[in-house]
Design a binder for this molecule. Structure first.
Ligand code: CNA
Length: 234
């Protein structure tokens, strides 16, 4: 772990971590905006379109082709950054992980308080009767995944044009308001309203770990440009 970051962590007991896709790239899951990210690849439509609610409603089969191939990485394992966050929580220093990720890797690493702003690929529901389905129901089906009642199964993932869960937002704001240290990592801070949440942190220990520039660089007390597993990991 970076020495200065370690010093700040050791002087804190109410840390919140706010992260994004960059936390999981070293687990083999591509992010959106890195040079090898999903947004730099060519598809028939831009990824924002293919991951939008109106695309899901109008072109459901095509949505699932894209989703199965590009959003589901079920073999991925937590990396050293996920593991360190779980350890800091176990030590009582870290109170919550607020994530834009939908991959479930924080929980797999042992984190307990994980606020998933954009949902999770691991939870799926029938749009007609509400029946729960594991991700295997999406992966193992062809075309449009259907419930036994005939309804369409939809991942519990927030698509573009959809709102965020209000309870999750409220909890995130509460954790951020109370935090004595905020570590932001692996996010371009480009996706709203999620990125706007970090404004609720009012303290003077704001650490940014990101390979590339972010709109918050000027406000950070410490900026680390290395890989998140090296800056934060053991
Ligand atoms: P983003 O916009 O793709 O930004 C990722 C940021 O992380 C970039 O600025 C990179 O420079 C940086 N980065 C990438 N790898 C590393 C690394 N190893 N160490 C340090 N920095 C790194 O992704 P955001 O999360 O900001 O955007 C929000 C979207 C992406 C959310 O809606 C997510 O649901 C969505 N997403 C999630 C996943 C996932 O669950 N793993 C994967 C791809 C996209």
């Amino acid at each position: 772990m970076n020495r200065e970051l370690q010093r700040l962590i050791e002087a804190s007991n109410n840390i919140v971590f706010f992260g994004g896709a960059g936390v999981s790239t070293e687990s083999g899951i591509p992010d959106f905006r890195s040079p090898d990210g999903l947004y730099r690849q060519k598809y028939r439509y831009p990824p924002e379109t293919m991951l939008s609610r109106s695309f899901f409603d109008k072109h459901t089969a095509e949505f699932y082709d894209f989703y199965r191939g590009k959003m589901l990485f079920l073999q991925a394992k937590p990396n050293k950054a996920h593991q360190m966050l779980a350890k800091l929580e176990e030590q009582g220093r870290l109170k919550a992980v607020i994530t834009q990720n939908i991959d479930g890797l924080h929980q797999q690493a042992g984190s307990k308080t994980v606020l998933e702003l954009h949902g999770s690929v691991l939870r799926n529901f029938c749009m007609s009767c509400g029946e729960f389905y594991p991700v295997s129901a999406i992966l193992e089906s062809e075309g449009i995944p259907r419930c036994s009642c005939g309804g369409i199964i939809k991942p519990d993932v927030v698509l573009y044009e959809e709102g965020l869960n209000n309870d999750t937002l409220y909890q995130a704001v509460e954790y951020l308001r109370r935090a004595d240290m905020l570590i932001i990592g692996g996010t371009s801070l480009a996706v709203y309203p999620a990125a706007g949440l970090v404004q609720y942190y009012r303290g003077n220990k704001l650490v940014l770990i990101n390979k590339s520039e972010t709109p918050l660089d000027n406000s950070a007390n410490l900026i680390l440009r290395g890989l998140i597993t090296e800056e934060l990991g053991e």
